[in-house]
Design a protein around this ligand. Structure first.
Ligand code: DOR
Ligand code: ZN
Length: 359
């Protein structure tokens, strides 16, 4: 990181970062959101939870072409942003589909959604160790990472405990059976998760979202119910936020940036049963910089945002750079999508850090 500190402003430059967990959707929504990510990030791991989900290498290839068409339409220079595709694991994913995905060169992970755990997860896995042995063996053999939504979907388990229970019921047995399988514990939200990822043996890492670094669960109820702070896994207590911030800023290579930016239209979040997901792609790196600044660790942002992720995925770090400046601006109330809108996280509030140069 290079840094200049003047009385008027503070700027710093990092290697171009990547987003290791991103929902881009499809169609009009894809076209509306893709340039927000491309402005800040060189690459992103693209989540496969479309309707229907992306379950084959051929579907991932077709989705990648749609993303590239949307990038071109949004005026993003060719090659400036690379979508790293994923497959959606089902009870029936065959081992040879994993082989095709590995051969494709464009698929970089396979996503585990426990059935029913979150948005568009109905086709997800009902019994990982019982039903997915063939796919998991192939993934372990081929070095294909398993990207895990780490929550049990058991209605008898309190929603705030679902990550901790997942570690005991699924993560530990999975990694005992497949010790060489590369695993990314996505959108980690608890101190229990941080401790598990820190001490576990073998190839494991975790992504952390900006909302889980900046907010605790009180943010859901400030003066009334706040649907734009609702995501899954849900925000947790302050002690968990502190553990996540400590992990993200510690320099430990197992923790890296994954926004989980999950756009939903305003109407689909502001209703009697609103969708889970925070839209953060618009201002992601500014949100992370704000969180790192509160910990006094802006110097640790580059490793978290630009280096630890590529190292885990076995990819080179980006060539380009991104320069941020401490110049507060107001987060817009909404971002247009066709004839509707998306409300970004913390809409209307002040954002301290801006991207001022991308090279
Ligand atoms: O809040 C979330 N939104 N969590 C997820 O796991 C899925 C995502 C979505 O696709 O909207
Ligand atoms: Zn997600």
């Amino acid at each position: 990181m290079t840094s200049t500190d003047t009385t008027a402003s503070h700027t710093f430059t990092i290697r171009r970062p990547d987003d290791w967990h991103l929902h881009l959707r499809d169609g009009v929504m894809l076209e509306a959101v893709v340039a927000d990510s491309a402005r800040q990030f060189g690459r992103a791991i693209i989540m496969p939870n479309l309707t229907p989900p992306v379950t084959t290498a051929a579907q991932a290839e077709a989705y990648k072409l749609r993303i590239e068409a949307a990038l071109a339409k949004a005026g993003v220079e060719e090659g400036a942003f690379t979508p790293l595709m994923t497959l959606y694991l089902t009870d029936n994913t065959p081992a040879d589909e994993i082989a095709r995905a590995a051969d494709s060169g464009i698929v970089h992970g396979v996503k585990l959604y426990p059935a029913g755990a979150t948005t568009n997860s109905d086709a997800g896995v009902t019994d990982l160790l019982g039903k997915c042995a063939g796919a998991l063996e192939a993934m372990q053999k081929l070095g294909m990472p398993l990207l895990v939504h780490g929550e049990v979907n058991d209605p008898t388990v309190d929603v705030f405990d679902r990550e901790a229970v997942f570690i005991e019921r699924v993560m530990i047995p999975l990694r005992q059976r497949y010790p060489e399988l590369k695993v990314v514990f996505e959108h980690l939200t608890t101190r229990d998760g941080v401790e598990y990822v820190r001490q576990a043996e073998g190839p494991i890492a975790a992504t952390i979202t900006p909302q889980h670094l900046l907010y605790n669960r009180n943010a859901l109820f400030v003066g009334g119910i706040r649907p734009h702070w609702y995501c899954l896994p849900v925000l947790k207590r302050e002690t968990h936020r502190q553990a996540l911030l400590e992990a993200a800023t510690s320099g430990n290579k197992r923790f890296f940036l994954g926004t989980d930016s999950a756009p939903h239209t305003r109407g689909s979040k502001e209703q009697s049963c609103g969708c889970a997901g925070c839209y953060t792609a618009f201002h992601a790196i500014g949100l992370y910089a704000t969180a790192f600044e509160t910990a006094g660790r802006l110097d640790a942002l580059e490793a978290f945002a630009s280096k630890n992720g590529p190292e885990f995925y076995g990819l080179p770090i980006n060539e380009g750079t991104l320069t941020l400046q401490r110049s507060p601006t107001r987060i817009p109330d909404e971002v247009p999508v066709g004839d509707t809108t998306i409300v970004p996280l913390a809409a209307g509030e002040e954002l301290r850090w801006q991207v001022v140069q991308s090279a």
